[in-house]
Design a protein around this ligand. Structure first.
Ligand code: ZN
Length: 145
């Protein structure tokens, strides 16, 4: 059995049960479905837009959550790789990066802190620096670090 929300041409809304959708089509064609308010036999199924849009919204939300999870994991993996393989020079980062660039310090991959102005000054001097990917989900960082 299937319940349909129906409406007549005058806009009266009512519900009725049918065996299946073919059963409704057949009864409607033979004018067996009539509006309980005015007796009109021109009765149509109401369009169930809200149900459709709700499930689409849920799909979109799930897809977005999945994407955020993927990005958070990738971000955590990059952070882990850097922490495991790069030399942590902390707040000495700007001077150390410049020293490596100028050949005054051993050439190696480093990470540390720099202000936006310091990072910009390094770039202007031709020293390639880039920010660590943000910690999007602290739980993932905890797991991998
Ligand atoms: Zn009616």
């Amino acid at each position: 059995m299937i319940r349909y929300a129906l409406a007549c041409a005058d806009g009266h809304e009512f519900e009725a049960w049918f065996r299946d959708s073919a059963d409704f089509d057949e009864q409607a064609q033979r004018s067996l479905v009539e509006c309980p308010s005015c007796g009109a036999k021109d009765v149509k199924k109401q369009i169930m837009a809200p149900a459709v849009s709700t499930s689409r919204k849920r799909e979109a939300r799930e897809a977005q959550a999945e994407q955020q999870r993927t990005m958070a994991m990738a971000s955590a993996a990059v952070r882990r790789h850097i922490k495991e393989n790069f030399d942590d020079v902390g707040s000495r980062f700007p001077s150390e990066a410049r020293a490596i660039h100028d050949g005054l310090a051993p050439d190696r991959a480093i990470y540390g802190q720099a202000s936006a102005e310091e990072a910009e000054a390094l770039r202007e001097d031709g020293v390639e620096v880039c920010p660590l990917p943000p910690m999007l989900n602290p739980d993932f960082d905890k797991k991998v670090n």
